[in-house]
Write a protein that binds this ligand. Structure first.
Ligand SMILES: [Zn+2]
Length: 306
């Protein structure tokens, strides 16, 4: 979907990071098994091994205390992203506009459930950058790090999504990725993330239920997105078209565990799923999108998430 041209972007909600990734992060089409496996592990994902486990230690930071995760805050890094018109022609600006929209929505919505929304930055990086959950790179895909409360996205991932995973692309496909990661931040606020760590694998596992819930929360945002406004009262997004929805569903399906396993292993093993099947991911995004109601995203109480 498209942003209204005159909506104002707030680049203070994002940070920049990384530059050491070489020429443009050429993961696409590499066909290297190891890279694909890494993507399977973390596409759209939280890193289960990095979730707070009560031990207080995190191998990702090595305990040095001097790593400053979360990228730099160069005020000019996103100077090209000022308005919705910029978001409509530039992937990076589109991520920023989506972050603005998603955070504006949840900032209004969570208080209706007596919860306070705490803003979370997105680190837009190229190549690789440090997070409190370990190194972010364009080989691991977008993720949310609960340890530093930040979303990490390499804009080159959107090419991987279309070229390697076969998504149809389109603006809402990209916006869905951002909304899904902020879904994990909402889960973090609501205290739901540790269910992934307790039961990480399998078609009905806690891990899959966490991921499908993040898809549903992305759908809830999409439902309300065309009414969410910036600080000046300008609506962020124009009304959704069926093409927009089809793009988001295509993106959701393309990263279904069954699709990825079929493509990379030639067989499907539901017991090792971490994110859910293509059809389940579509189903839960659609559930959130249709009703716009957070309570319909309770993937934990249903017997079968498929
Ligand atoms: Zn996820």
């Amino acid at each position: 979907m498209s942003f209204n041209d005159n909506v104002q972007l707030d680049t203070s909600q994002v940070g920049s990071g990384g530059s050491g990734g070489g020429p443009g992060g050429m993961v696409v089409g590499g066909g290297i098994g190891g890279i694909i496996l890494l993507i399977i592990a973390l596409v759209f994902g939280i890193n289960p091994g990095s979730l707070p486990g009560g031990t207080g230690t995190d191998p990702g930071t090595g305990g040095t205390g001097q790593v400053e995760p979360g990228g730099s805050t160069d005020p000019n890094a996103f100077a090209q992203c000022k308005s919705g018109a910029d978001a409509n022609r530039d992937d990076t600006c589109r991520v920023i506009a989506t972050v603005n929209s998603v955070q504006a929505f949840w900032g209004d919505e969570l208080p209706r459930y007596q919860r306070r929304y705490t803003p979370a930055k997105t680190i837009l990086y190229s190549g690789s950058t440090r997070s409190a959950c370990g190194t972010a790179s364009n080989q691991v895909g977008p993720f949310y790090c609960p340890l530093d409360k930040k979303v990490y996205i390499d804009a080159s991932f959107f090419q991987i999504l279309t070229q390697q995973f076969g998504s149809s692309g389109g603006p809402l496909a990209q916006e869905y990725v951002v909304a899904h990661e902020y879904g994990h931040h909402i889960q973090d606020i609501l205290g739901l993330l540790d269910r992934a760590q307790q039961d990480p694998q399998g078609a009905q596992s806690g891990g899959v239920r966490v991921e499908l819930q993040a898809d549903c929360l992305g759908g809830v945002w999409a439902h309300h997105a065309t009414q969410t406004k910036d600080a000046q009262g300008t609506t962020f997004l124009k009304p959704l078209s069926q093409k927009d929805i089809d793009d988001a569903l295509s993106a959701a399906a393309s990263v279904g565990d069954d699709r990825i396993q079929q493509k990379t292993q030639g067989q499907v093993n539901p017991e090792s799923w971490t994110h859910g099947s293509a059809s389940a991911r579509q189903k839960w995004f659609t559930t959130g999108y249709r009703s716009g109601n957070l309570n319909d995203c309770d993937t934990f109480s249903v017997a079968n998430v498929e």
